[in-house]
Design a protein around this ligand. Sequence first.
Ligand SMILES: [Zn+2]
Length: 154
Amino acid sequence: MSRLCKQCETSIDHKRKDAIYCTKVCKKAYAHSQNYQDPAFVEANRARGTKWRVDNPGRGFADTERWHRENPDRSAAIKGKEAAIRRGGSVAESYILDLCVPFYTESRRLTREAGIRYDVDHVIPLSKGGLHCQSNLQVLTQRENVQKGNKHDV
Ligand SMILES: [Zn+2]
């Protein structure tokens, strides 16, 4: 009969006779799972979380979510920057969030009022080495953006 790791139940026959786990990772995972079986640990952990939220107002996940809801233009500007980075673009050293926000305010306003979608676009496309910053942003209709993409951004 083969000896099994207490956490993941793979064979530990090749390990020392007194081995209980296959790896340190499993040893840790087992201790972790045991902690959460212990109501005292769960309670202490919850109290620690509550204290952290009291000591760090505005820094929790729910606070961040609320901030994004209450600041939709700044939120859009921050998400626009993150999207540019995800698409492989670079952020200019001269980037200033406050100077980018008006583009997102304008695009959101036009979208609302015109009933068609406006985008914040890069004048020089990221794919052509354009940087993400206030001097390289413009507001276009989504349609213009797509057409521009067909012409230049390939
Ligand atoms: Zn294991």
